[in-house]
Design a protein around this ligand. Structure first.
Ligand SMILES: Nc1ncnc2c1ncn2[C@@H]1O[C@H](COP(=O)(O)OP(=O)(O)O)[C@@H](O)[C@H]1O
Ligand SMILES: [Mg+2]
Length: 368
């Protein structure tokens, strides 16, 4: 539905003011798909959306919506209002002097009054704000304002909806409930959407796929699970969540059992490898904290069942209780850094307790 090829945009002409906001970005979004774009502030997310929407002219590359080129070499640049794209801008940007209904009807001025009213009502019903249509933006909460902004974007029936950090100004509780609402509206409409955010949880939770940006480039695009458990490099691994990184040695793939995948030897023992970046030999091993299982150990020399994996025994240094889970920081004598471990359920762990840590899932390795 949306095809972006080689998109680049540079701001500023002088060498000292030049900023490459977009650097050869490729992105394809299928019909009905929601792609989240995740990246730190300043990496080019807003510029990408504004270029797609038609408010920024790219220096190179092309953009096509539903098979029609709207920007790119040799073609006419299609103006923003004619692209079939709805944009929910970063700050909502409602017109303060217009009512909710007038804001939502803004892109429908060309329609006869009756049709316009019907579409405004429909859009407001979808976001659950039909009761507030006469209010002005300043009479609404932050979350309601964002829903009006979404209603305004979807009212003309766009093929693609773009949302620029729609939840960033809201407190955590509101953010979660609005997230769910926006997701259900987009699903109900079957709209193709691109949502940008700097919040990794939001990107993973909402996206059918996640595109991770770094300094104007899309560096990885994958399903959330793949991006999280099999990031392409360690910088991405750290950006997407908490990471335990230890040194290891890739083992030669077993000759006798070709079905057994690659494995790595590291301080946690011999572990299966799900994502292997680089060659045999010395490497770095990525382990996610929730894939480390903790169990009580009397001390590091305590006996264990003969077939139980050895793992590592360490001492709990800090303990943070989050209600639904808790995070232990465990010091093992073999490593300089403490190891974060996420545990579910009530174990009554205390600082100073000994725990045995066993890696339970495949890991990723990176040549170093
Ligand atoms: N109109 C502009 N003029 C000059 N520089 C800009 C302009 N818009 C954005 N930039 C620069 O481009 C880079 C990317 O900005 P932006 O797309 O807003 O990032 P993000 O939305 O990811 O925070 C930043 O370095 C920003 O300062
Ligand atoms: Mg931005």
């Amino acid at each position: 539905m949306l095809q972006i090829r080689g998109l680049s945009k540079v701001f500023g002409r002088e060498p000292d003011t030049r900023v490459t906001a977009l650097d050869n970005v490729d992105l394809e979004v299928a019909e009905g798909e929601l792609v989240t774009v995740l990246g730190p502030s300043g990496c080019g997310k807003t510029t990408l959306l504004r270029a797609i929407a038609g408010f920024e002219t790219p220096d190179a590359g092309s953009i096509a919506v539903a098979g029609r080129q709207v920007a790119g070499p040799g073609g006419r640049v299609v103006p923003a209002h004619d692209r079939g794209i709805g944009l929910v801008p970063q700050e909502g940007a409602l017109f303060p002097h217009l009512s909710v209904a007038q804001n939502v009807g803004f892109g429908l001025r060309h329609l006869p009054a009756r049709e316009r009213r019907a579409k405004v009502r429909e859009a407001l019903e979808l976001v659950g704000l039909e009761q507030l249509s006469r209010r002005r933006p300043h009479e609404l909460s932050g979350g309601q304002q964002q829903r009006v902004s979404l209603a305004r974007a979807i009212a003309p029936g766009p093929r693609v909806v773009l949302l620029d950090e729609p939840f960033s100004a809201l407190d955590e509780y509101l953010r979660e409930s609005l997230r769910a609402q926006v997701q259900s509206v987009l699903t109900a409409l079957g709209t193709t959407a691109v949502l940008v955010t700097h919040d990794q949880q939001e990107a993973l939770a909402l996206g059918d796929r996640v595109a991770v940006m770094r300094a104007g480039r899309v560096v990885q695009i994958d399903e959330p699970r793949t991006a999280y458990y099999r990031p392409l490099d360690l910088q991405l691994a750290r950006f997407l969540g908490e990471a335990v990184i230890v040194e290891g040695e890739m083992l030669p793939v077993a000759q006798l059992d070709p079905l057994a995948g690659p494995s790595v030897s590291c301080i946690f023992g011999t572990l299966p490898v799900a994502g292997w970046h680089g060659r045999e030999g010395h490497c770095e091993v990525l382990i996610r904290p929730e894939n480390i299982h903790a169990s009580r150990a009397e001390d590091r020399f305590a006996k264990r069942a003969a077939d139980a994996p050895a793992g590592l025994v360490g001492t709990i240094r800090t303990h943070t209780f989050y209600g639904h889970d808790e995070v232990l920081q465990v010091q093992v004598p073999e490593l300089p850094q403490q190891i974060p471990v996420r545990v579910l359920g009530d174990h009554d762990y205390r600082v100073g307790d000994h725990v045995r840590l066993v890696v339970e899932r495949p890991v990723c390795t990176y040549a170093c």
